[in-house]
Write a new protein. Sequence first.
Length: 244
Amino acid sequence: MAAAYAEHRPDYAHAAVHWALAPAPGPRVLDLGAGTGKLTATLVELGADVTAVEPDPAMLAELRRELPAVRALPGSAEAIPLPDASVDAVLAGNAMHWFDMAVAGPEIARVLAPGGILAGLWNLLDDSVGWVAGLARVSGSAAVGPRDTPAAWRAETAGMHLPRTGVAARFGSPEQAEFPHGQLRTADSLVATLATRAGMLVMPDQERAAALGRIRAFLASRPETAGGEFTLPMLTGVLRVRRL
């Protein structure tokens, strides 16, 4: 499963990662909920001093296999295995929506240096492109969820740094930005990726097969996607906040 996740998930737009890190007071970056290392690899390419933390043993093993030079530790947003004020930025690639911010917020603030940055990054479908909007409609909410298109992503993530309880916020006002991105795909690889989405995985087999059949038929009907490889128009969305 971890290898399949690594194969299907895209990386992140370099401009988005640059923007996320721009106000950070130094180069020490924690990739929190690092998965198989998609964001970690981009951070390494950009010259950051990276530590990766991931709770799932299979994902962590895949990350260590792909990026053996990176310090990679077991842990979670709610229990970060790092000292106080030890990083200048905490980034989370397609992971922040899983954090319990009532617990994770104070933990992230603890490991951040004064003035440090917390940024969540998500890869979105660019539904300003006509056929991509059509794909989102055909796929349905099980495959294209509430953080997968720009307008829905903005609404869903605007307060994601805040705890859902009465605990005091540890971060300043949020900033959101989107950056052009894309991924080279074929119809088969895109269908395979959508089949790995959580909403699809919990569907009854017959229902999932029907949904994937509709997606496959749509892609076969479109000139942009019917003839082999194509670039899937995407955006990387970033939510950025500063530690108070």
